[in-house]
Design a binder for this molecule. Structure first.
Ligand SMILES: [Mg+2]
Length: 195
């Protein structure tokens, strides 16, 4: 934890006070460790602390939220509206990270978004930027788009014919292609075909 906290401090020093700093523990901590870590880094004002405990540990989320001053994010490992209902009902989550590709599709995503909004929860969908950029535009409670720029991961970007546009001011824009614009770049993917 000491090493992790030093990393958080170093990142805050590099990015300054005006850039959002997000923490993701990927469920690595026990609840009491997450509480201690949260106190170690709260002075660096993280925007969220994602999956501080195991994704299925709803009681753990409750315990961390009760004693942490950092908003908690979760949801990338949750599936179906029933799972999200139970997660949201913990009253521990401030930011939801639903993933339409794993939670049950676009219709299920919209149901989750509605229930989250009714509970005052904002969302930052997990991965799948090509699909989520359109869903982000369709609901009122998305405040951040997770986006992998081409210089970070060119394959994600080049796998589609109408990729998300990355603007210089840090915002992203959807393509104007019909539907969700999910036209696969078959030529680019051909070398990876399994025979
Ligand atoms: Mg994550």
């Amino acid at each position: 934890m000491k090493e992790d906290a030093e990393r958080v401090k170093a990142v805050r020093e590099v990015i300054g006070e005006d850039t959002k700093l997000l923490l993701d523990a990927n469920g690595a901590y026990r609840f009491f460790e997450a509480i201690e870590f949260s106190r170690m880094v709260e002075e660096y004002h993280p925007y969220w602390f994602e999956e501080p405990v195991d994704a299925d540990d709803y009681d753990g989320y409750r315990k961390v939220a009760a004693k942490s001053n950092i908003p908690i994010a979760a949801g990338e490992n949750e599936v179906t509206r029933f799972g999200f209902r139970d997660l949201i009902n913990t009253q521990a989550i401030s930011v939801l990270n639903p993933d339409a590709a794993s939670l049950g599709g676009v219709t299920e995503f919209m149901k989750v978004a509605g229930y989250a909004d009714a509970n005052g929860i904002v969302m930052s969908p997990h991965g799948q930027q090509q699909l989520h950029i359109h869903l982000d535009c369709a609901v009122p409670n998305v405040n951040l788009a997770e986006f992998y720029p081409p210089q970070y991961d060119p394959k994600i970007y080049e796998s589609f014919l109408n990729p998300v546009t990355f603007n210089e001011d840090g915002t992203v824009s959807p393509s104007q292609a019909p539907g969700a614009g999910l036209d696969i770049n078959r030529k680019m993917l051909a070398p990876y075909r399994v025979q």
